[in-house]
Write a protein that binds this ligand. Structure first.
Ligand code: DC
Length: 211
């Protein structure tokens, strides 16, 4: 079974992906981490994340070890990720990694849950079930602010909101694999739902679609 989960930042994709994977015994891949790893490594090499040659080379060399860096969760990685994600060479290299994961999930799992921006549209168009998890940008920025503060980081609401709007615009406005719901995706607006309700709603949809 392949489950595709797409949507903008801080909409609740990752939490849903992990819960569904645990429930069904599937492998889980946070595909944003791949772009974050490429972005961060490119910047650390002293290159501009807009530089297609530099970022493309990093993407082609990407290994599982690159996904372990704790800094991948930070804002520097997030912003660099959204820049390198618009480069076709980067997307082509990352596409291979993701498809290999879906085809042959680790740990002998009987399938996989992938979350990202283009899973249902490009990476796994044949997925058994597709979700588009979303919420208004103000709600998502509020969640991100809370999360940052809980991690003991200083954060200002206006800055978080501004960054998130810029990232949304880059992710939805790029030419290659922009952020859009697949035609056959179930849209879950999580503004008024906690993680438990999102999970329950997703489970009900999966049961009805895979019967
Ligand atoms: O989900 P995230 O915040 O970790 O993603 C970081 C960036 O990576 C995001 O701004 C867009 C990009 N991305 C993408 O283009 N395609 C994906 N499948 C996943 C992430």
């Amino acid at each position: 079974m392949i489950i595709a989960i797409d949507g903008p930042a801080a909409a609740g994709k990752g939490t849903l992906a992990k819960r569904l994977a645990a429930h069904f015994g599937l492998a889980v891949l946070d595909t944003g981490l791949l772009y974050r790893a490429v972005g961060l490594k490119t910047v650390r090499r002293g290159a501009d994340p807009n530089d297609a040659d530099a970022a493309g080379a990093v993407a082609r060399e990407l290994g599982a070890g690159d996904l372990e860096d704790a800094d991948l969760r930070g804002d520097e990685a997030a912003n660099a990720a959204s820049v390198v994600a618009a480069i076709p060479e980067v997307r082509a290299a990352v596409l291979e990694f993701q498809r290999a994961f879906a085809r042959d999930p680790p740990g002998n799992a009987q399938g996989a849950v992938l979350d990202g921006r283009d899973i249902g549209t490009v990476v796994c168009p044949q997925a058994d079930v597709k979700f588009f998890v979303t919420a208004p940008v103000e709600v998502r920025a509020g969640r991100r602010l809370k999360e940052l503060r809980e991690r003991g980081l200083e954060a200002i609401h206006s800055r978080v909101l501004q960054d998130m709007k810029a990232r949304d615009a880059r992710d939805a406005g790029r030419d290659v694999a922009p952020l859009v719901p697949a035609e056959d995706a179930c849209v879950l607006d999580t503004s008024e739902m906690d993680a438990e309700r999102v999970f329950a709603a997703a489970l009900a949809i999966i049961k009805s679609r895979t019967r």
